[in-house]
Write a protein that binds this ligand. Structure first.
Ligand SMILES: *Cc1c(COP(=O)(O)O)cnc(C)c1O
Length: 423
């Protein structure tokens, strides 16, 4: 706010009115006008005439957050202003949980302010101790959640086809201190959930999936989120379904959902009882309302992503040294990322290609380089040795995630493909 609430607003002083407005009323009126002006730009935004239109010279990033037409959000904002329910499990929060349960086909959804908090609370909800087996090939939040929880990550190498935790290597890493497995559905490609589930059952371990990439991914006809004890989604701006910031824990059991709901509210159980060390993980009404509007458009957004994915695959096929990651046949994909592997038979190295694209205003990302196990707080762990993680190390050295988002112009996809064909 530009005017201190108790200062007279400049225009209020000079208003030729019989009864002068209270300063705070003038300030509020001005804010209301500004608000109305911002919302008035909505039709232009929706048609792409003003904001949102791309020009050929604009840099192209690996992703561009999807936003619904602003005018669809406005009535929900007005409702928040009317009810003054801003957070603490309000009506939009409850409605988004219900709609996500239905949309994703999962029994329970607990919304969070982001996936990192959700991961930390998921580990807490399962009362884990000691060591947790996880993948080095992920975003750093996966392992950070373990360190924040006082747990020791044990890195296990990945499968060369899926780039997910390799089930064949998990059992060798289990010790008497192991309490859980924390795999990642990397790029939204399902882990070998059957094999991981069988290992967990044999050894009495919990399984938490970092499903930050896996919104809307099915496996064998059901949501991949129905596997393991808990799955954690991210609704960050860069993800397939975004609420600006946000996340969720998916679980099967209503009692578990109840525990998680308490954990995300400081561990409170009623007004005067605090049995658990929770934190503040609540999603606000603003984010939940946005999520409700985003959900109306997710089908279109996924169809557009699928078209971009198909265009890349068609364009890149036959370029020597470039391999696109396949999606397992029995699964429904979400086209969250478009990773390619730059092989030794490609004329230049991965980093040289990355630099060449950047010089052309294309900004791919080397997800996931460096490996989590290479960061300073992890690299001294016995399981972090690169020699023991050959597949993850090779993937980190070769992968390049190309730009993909719903309204990515096909002409830009063609430009990227041409550049890769002639580096
Ligand atoms: C994005 C991401 C997270 C963190 O999600 P936030 O909602 O930003 O906290 C965790 N794990 C993976 C694999 C991610 O990609």
């Amino acid at each position: 706010m530009r005017t201190a609430p108790l200062d007279p607003a400049p225009e209020a002083k000079s208003l030729p009115r019989p009864e002068r407005e209270l300063p705070v009323q003038a300030t509020l009126r001005r804010l209301e006008q500004e608000f109305a002006r911002v919302l008035d730009t909505a039709p232009e935004t929706a048609s792409g005439a003003a904001l949102g239109a791309e020009s050929a010279a604009d840099p192209v990033y690996v992703t561009r957050p999807f936003l619904p037409p602003l005018e669809e959000f406005e009535p929900l904002l007005r409702q928040i202003w009317q009810t003054r329910i801003l957070t603490n499990g309000g009506p939009f929060h409850r409605e988004l949980e219900a709609r996500l349960r239905h949309h994703l086909g999962v029994p329970q959804v607990a919304l969070f302010n982001n996936a990192t908090t959700a991961l930390i609370m998921a580990l807490r909800a399962l009362d884990l101790t000691g060591e947790v087996i996880t993948t080095p090939y992920s975003f750093v939040a996966t392992s950070h959640a373990l360190l924040w929880s006082g747990l020791t990550p044990v890195f296990v190498d990945i499968d060369p086809v899926t780039l997910n935790l390799d089930p064949a290597r998990i059992e060798a890493a289990i010790t008497p201190r192991t309490s859980a497995i924390l795999p990642v559905h990397c790029y939204g490609r399902p882990c070998d959930v059957e094999a991981i589930g069988a290992i967990a059952d044999r050894h009495g371990l919990k399984v938490i999936y970092d499903a930050a990439h896996a919104f809307g991914v099915d496996h064998g006809g059901v949501s991949v989120l129905n596997h393991g004890d808990l799955s954690v989604l991210s609704f960050h701006a860069t993800k397939v379904f975004n609420t600006f910031e946000g996340g969720a824990i998916v679980c099967a059991d209503p009692a578990m959902k109840d525990r998680i709901d308490k954990l995300k509210n400081f561990g409170h159980d009623g007004e005067t009882s605090v049995p658990d060390v929770g934190l503040n993980g609540k999603m606000s009404e603003l984010n939940a309302a946005l999520g409700l509007v985003q959900l109306r458009h997710i089908g279109t957004a996924l169809a557009q992503r699928r078209a971009v994915d198909a265009a890349y695959r068609e364009g890149l096929q036959g370029i020597p040294g470039i391999r696109c990651l396949d999606f397992p046949g029995e699964s429904a994909a979400n086209y969250a990322y478009f990773p390619i592997l730059v092989g030794p038979d490609y004329p230049i190295g991965r980093d040289a290609l990355y630099d060449a694209l950047k010089r052309d205003g294309i900004h791919p990302r080397r997800y996931f380089h460096p490996l989590i196990s290479d960061f300073p707080m992890y690299r001294t762990l016995p399981s972090a040795r690169r020699e023991d993680l050959p597949v993850a190390s090779a993937a980190a050295d070769r992968v390049l995630c190309l730009p993909i988002y719903p309204d990515l112009d096909p002409a830009i996809v063609a430009r990227i493909v041409r550049r890769i064909a002639r580096p």
